[in-house]
Design a protein around this ligand. Structure first.
Ligand SMILES: C[S@@+](CC[C@H](N)C(=O)[O-])C[C@H]1O[C@@H](n2cnc3c(N)ncnc32)[C@H](O)[C@@H]1O
Length: 361
């Protein structure tokens, strides 16, 4: 693998080499980067899929699209950059006729470009407006939540999305001191509520995380997008997700685990009523984390966790595909039987399966 040093002036891509390896990027493949950011992962995806690879890059933040468009200028013909929310992944792919795909990457959260921009209001280290929106088209800002929610709503939000043990105290102080206009004002109120720094992290870290998650509906959008992503992958296509806190990672872990299982009915039900079939295979049970040298180079990578799974073809889908192919060849319970069927299937999927189908055939 070529050496990967894909850093923008202010965002260093996390687990870059690991993500490219996990996605098994191949020349000529079609890939989606659902979280374009500064374009570091996107640039590596394009470099490793060239010649003739294609990339669909998505970001809710129009500034990320502008910056990355300039960065990826050399790949103009093979790149499609869309300013959208990844919660609409399937619609985007259908609209732009970008399917099926060989790999999908989510590098969640926010980029250093956003964190370090004073006007975006993501950081408690700089003063800025209480905004925190990924897209300026979103209606609700952090200020709306901070200044209009009831004390109990705020406490619930800070506890649920920030896993903050002092949530009630913080909510009480916020309500007492509002209206709050700026990030530093809010950070000071939180510090006063909890009495300064708690352990290794700043006292405001968890509350700022909670507000950002709530403003952008981050967890709901992640759940929606993961489901859609699986349906867009070719057999053996890879789904790779990099998360930065336990709430995100829990969603990814539980989703991937569930999708490796067939029937999800409770064990005391004699016949399956859920109809669920496995659609993923875990490539690694354990998460991939940054090396000590990466954390030293880029401290913002320290909480990153990468999970990877591979699309498998369910029995139902095999029948469905066979119907689409109008093939009359026999299909037995354990898979495809005839090379002709296999060949047709490969043509139909515009893909060269190597493991799954040859094992079945
Ligand atoms: C960690 S950064 C990605 C950095 C990128 N991988 C790189 O190498 O430069 C996450 C990006 O995802 C975007 N994002 C977060 N949630 C999103 C969503 N639901 N839909 C679209 N973009 C989203 C953010 O705006 C941000 O630019």
């Amino acid at each position: 693998m070529t050496s990967l040093k894909m850093a923008t002036p202010s965002h260093i891509s996390v687990l870059l080499q690991e993500a490219i390896e996990a996605l098994q990027v191949k020349p000529g493949g079609r890939y989606i980067d659902c979280t374009l950011g500064g374009g570091g992962h996107a640039a590596a995806l394009l470099a490793h899929s060239s010649p003739s690879g294609r990339l669909l890059g998505i970001d809710a933040d129009p500034e990320a699209i502008t910056i990355t468009r300039a960065r990826l200028k050399a790949y103009n013909d093979s790149t499609l950059l869309i300013n959208e929310n990844f919660a609409n992944l399937q619609v985007i792919c259908i609209r732009y006729d970008f399917l099926p795909v060989h790999g999908i990457l989510f590098d969640l959260g926010l980029s250093s470009l956003q964190l370090d921009s004073l006007s975006r209001g993501f950081s408690f280290q700089h003063d800025g407006p209480l905004d925190m929106r990924f897209s300026p088209e979103q209606e609700i800002t952090a200020s709306d939540i901070v200044n209009t929610s009831s004390e109990s709503e705020l406490a619930h939000l800070i506890k649920t999305y920030g896993e903050e043990r002092y949530s009630r105290r913080i909510a009480h102080y916020i309500v007492e001191k509002r209206p709050l206009k700026s990030t530093l004002q809010l950070a000071q109120v939180i510090e006063r509520a909890v009495g300064g720094r708690k352990g290794r992290i700043h006292a405001a870290t968890r509350t700022f995380q909670a507000l950002r998650i709530a403003v952008n509906h981050e967890l709901e959008h992640l759940e929606l997008a993961l489901r859609q992503a699986v349906n867009l992958l070719v057999p053996q296509g890879r789904l790779v997700v990099i998360s930065y806190h336990s709430l995100e990672d829990r969603i990814v872990k539980q989703f991937m685990q569930r999708e490796t299982k067939g029937c999800l009915c409770p064990p005391d039900i004699p016949t399956c009523v859920c109809g669920h079939t496995a659609s993923l295979r875990l490539i690694r049970k354990k998460v991939i984390t940054p090396s000590p040298s990466e954390v030293e180079r880029n401290p913002r990578s320290r909480s990153a966790k990468l999970r990877v799974a591979e699309r498998i073809v369910t029995q139902d889908e095999q029948y469905e595909i066979a119907e689409k192919l109008c093939c009359s060849v026999p299909i037995k319970a354990n898979g495809w039987r005839r090379p002709a069927t296999l060949k047709k299937l490969q043509e139909w999927l515009d893909y060269e399966p190597v493991g799954t189908f040859s094992r079945l055939g």
